[in-house]
Ligand binder design. Structure first.
Ligand code: OSB
Ligand code: MG
Length: 368
């Protein structure tokens, strides 16, 4: 496809509830959206970077720099480009996967519209509805957390993930298990521990969690392998997996038994599908992670979650858990059995709500 115009649009949207992890607290999301116009169609992508370089080194500002000064000039007005070629073209730029993913995913949206296919089908997805879980941040008290869990279970979500950190972990999991003995439960540490905490982390085993997500270093594989040998609970890798090669190496050395795939972290649909394939070939389950996305990023996550290896509920949940006014129509909703129905229309399956989009937009810049 020949790309005529690319727009970068920065929105700022307040979260319905602040979200706290071991690395910090988010109250307002600053999100860079990418709109690509090609051959009379528009496609959308989202930069999923956090406001601060804590989850990863990328921020909306680093992504803007990489997009404006490199990725956009490498794409605009160039010869015919297919979404699956983009990863190779962007390869000379090391890292900056969230910037790359936003642009690549917008092209996938356009390609799906051109072919008259739902994005989920174009990327090879098979599921008609996807199983959903929720990620619950660190709360001000244990009773407050238990109340939140109660609400999400009542809404139908199929599994609960809680954030943990030193001082908010074994005590919290113990209280959850006392109240909800059979709840499908997991914990995400966002790299808050080290191998020196081995004995402490082994205590997690008595809560029969589905998995513990990223207990150790954000760029580590080796220590996770050492830890996994000592733990009964499966380790799920998030931050450590930036590419299909990372996934292969992690599984080769036994650094984990499950992988959380995020489109932004691995650099878009092409890489995400390869990570999925690496895992599937080894019978390793994957699920789709979340980055507190707006409806645009959420829609891409829904499409990704339809691939056959996504056998565990993801962190893909309803718009209203994050936003009073999401920027897509319709908003993402979940069924009583904790699933999201995959849209059947061509493309992303959700359209931008212009009135809301304009309301939250801080600035935009366009490239022709
Ligand atoms: O580690 O999965 C994570 C949010 C921001 C950064 C990292 C993570 C998360 C979440 C929230 O857990 C997932 C979501 O509900 O979008
Ligand atoms: Mg995580």
């Amino acid at each position: 496809m020949k790309i005529d115009r690319i727009e970068l649009r920065e929105v700022q949207m307040p979260l319905v509830h602040p979200f706290e992890t071991s690395f910090g607290r988010t109250t307002v999301r600053r999100i860079l959206l990418v709109r690509v116009d090609a051959e009379g169609l528009s496609g959308w992508g989202e930069v999923t970077a956090g406001e601060e370089p804590f989850y990863s080194y990328e921020t909306p500002e680093t992504a803007k720099h990489i997009l404006r000064d490199f990725l956009i000039p490498w794409t605009l007005g160039k010869e015919w480009l297919q979404p699956r070629d983009v990863r190779q073209r962007f390869r000379p730029i090391r890292g900056h996967n969230m910037a790359k993913a936003a642009l690549e995913n917008a092209l996938w949206d356009i390609a799906a519209q051109q072919k008259g296919l739902p994005l989920a089908r174009l990327v090879g997805g098979t599921l008609a509805e996807i199983p959903c879980g929720v990620s619950i941040g660190i709360q001000s008290s244990i009773p407050k957390l238990l109340e939140k869990i109660e609400c999400e279970v009542a809404a139908g979500y199929q599994r609960i993930k809680v954030k943990v950190k030193p001082g908010w972990d074994v005590n919290v999991l113990d209280a959850i298990r006392t109240r909800f003995p059979r709840l499908p439960l997991m914990a995400d540490a966002n790299s808050a521990y080290s191998l020196a905490d081995m004995a402490h982390l082994k205590e997690f085993d008595r809560f029969y969690l589905m998995m513990i997500e990223q207990p150790l270093g954000w760029d580590d594989l080796l220590d996770h392998a050492k830890l996994q040998k000592e733990l009964a609970t499966p380790i799920c890798l998030d931050e450590s997996i930036h590419s299909p090669d990372d996934a292969r190496k992690a599984l080769e050395i036994g650094a984990g038994r499950i992988i959380n795939i995020k489109l932004g972290r691995v650099g878009g649909f092409t890489a995400a599908r390869e990570v999925h394939d690496v895992c599937r070939a080894r019978n390793v389950p994957v699920w789709c992670g979340g980055m507190l996305e707006s409806g645009i990023g959420r829609a891409h996550n829904i499409a990704l979650s339809t691939l056959p290896g996504f056998t565990l509920p993801g962190d893909v949940s309803a718009s209203k858990r994050y936003w009073d006014e999401d920027i897509i129509d319709p908003e993402v909703t979940i069924s009583a059995r904790g699933t999201i129905a995959v849209p059947q229309m061509a493309g992303l399956g959700y359209t931008p709500n212009w009135q809301r989009l304009e309301k939250w937009t801080q600035r935009k810049e366009s490239f022709e």
